[in-house]
Ligand binder design. Structure first.
Ligand code: NDP
Length: 342
């Protein structure tokens, strides 16, 4: 069995050669009650937060037990869809599709307390269950509806808007009757947001030198909701342009992950006088919304009101390039690696 690991901790932007392939032998414990399984990985999720787990400073304490640090040489856990190939767990049998925490590997061993469940594809491609119908989708759904509490007609700004979470936030916001502007890092992405995903406006932040005036141009009447995926100067400019009682959902700060010197420092007087609410959140805290999220999202997918934007690379070998690409802006939509045929 081949799996990816890191050579040493990664402190800034990841590169392909920060990773190497290792071999392992997987064997099931046949002790009665072992409940172990071996699964063949089919699709795995490629997520920016993994970088924070690869840093030397990463610890379960810092992330509240959510994303524990990765030790060089160890397997790298990731969300994915797989097929059971051997099972000592009476609830699962060979051939079952499962979804949950696997590893960046050909095969993964799932322990008795593995975070995995049986998957009913519900007629959707299996890859949807790694992104739009899984954590990326729940992040967008919970972050937008629960944290931002949007009202019809409000003005919404979303950064990393062509990414996995961002594109969905924009699409949910349009379905909710909001005015939506997104920013992304290329002309092609900006066109896609406007032409294919129905954003009212979009801009390429790389071509703007003064983000504050850029946002004034797109929001002459101010921003009501900012869904922040990037942090740093974009967050500062967004807060400067917020309306009274505006809400900022801090979903992620990707521009700070690769640059430890970079930190958002929004003007706190603005926050006070405009009574702006800035709230971080973790999708995992909103698992109670999962059924609601799945039924709304799958209905919209079936009726064609929601578009699933996926960016799938082929083969286990492509994982380091796919992962490093997140921080270069290579991906358009949910970044997934297909490891094996169904
Ligand atoms: P994306 O699919 O959005 O991929 C990352 C994108 O971020 C890139 O394509 C790139 O697009 C953009 N980006 C990369 N570097 C920078 C930079 N320096 N400045 C600005 N933009 C940059 O990833 P996800 O949708 O999976 O994640 C989006 C955010 O949400 C991340 O910050 C992630 O950590 C966070 N997250 C939080 C969760 C939570 O529970 N709170 C759960 C899941 C994700 P571009 O071309 O626009 O630059």
């Amino acid at each position: 069995n081949k799996y990816w690991t890191i050579k040493t901790h990664i402190e800034d932007a990841p590169k392909e050669d920060d990773f190497y392939l290792k071999n392992s032998t997987l064997a099931l414990s046949v002790e009665p009650g072992s409940k172990e399984m071996i699964v063949k990985n089919l699709y795995v999720s490629i997520d920016p937060y993994q970088l924070n787990r690869m840093k030397s400073s990463s610890s379960s304490q810092k992330t509240g037990g959510f994303a524990v640090g990765i030790t060089p040489g160890q397997e790298i856990e990731a969300f994915g869809v797989a097929r059971v190939v051997a099972s000592e767990n009476p609830e699962y049998e060979k051939g079952n599709f499962v979804v949950g925490v696997v590893t960046w590997a050909e095969y993964s061993k799932i322990g008795s307390n593995g975070m995995i469940r049986k998957l009913d594809p519900m007629g959707f491609p299996l890859s949807y269950h790694v992104g739009i119908l899984a954590f990326s989708g729940l992040t967008a759904y919970a972050g937008f509806f629960e944290i931002c509490k949007p009202k019809r007609g409000e003005k919404v700004f979303v950064s990393a808007a062509s990414g996995s979470v961002g594109n969905l936030v924009g699409q949910y916001a349009k379905l909710h009757g909001c005015y939506v502007v997104g920013c992304a890092g290329s002309k092609q992405k900006v066109e896609l947001l406007k032409e294919k995903l129905g954003f009212d406006e979009a801009f390429n932040y790389r071509e703007e030198n003064d983000l504050n005036s850029t946002l004034k141009r797109y929001f002459p009447d101010g921003i009501d909701v900012y869904f922040d995926n990037v942090g740093a100067e974009m967050q500062e400019a967004a807060v400067a342009n917020m309306n009274a009682f505006g809400r900022v959902a801090v979903c992620g700060v990707i521009s700070e992950y690769t640059d430890s010197g970079k930190k958002a420092a929004p003007d706190m007087l603005d926050v006070i006088y405009k009574r702006i609410k800035i709230q971080g959140f973790l999708a995992g805290d909103h698992i109670g919304l999962f059924q609601d999220f799945i039924s709304t999202t799958s209905d919209h997918l079936r009726s064609g009101k929601l578009c699933a934007l996926e960016d799938i690379s082929d083969g286990l070998d492509s994982i380091p390039f796919a992962f490093a690409g997140l921080f270069r802006g290579d991906n358009i939509g949910k970044k997934i690696v297909k490891i094996a045929e169904e």
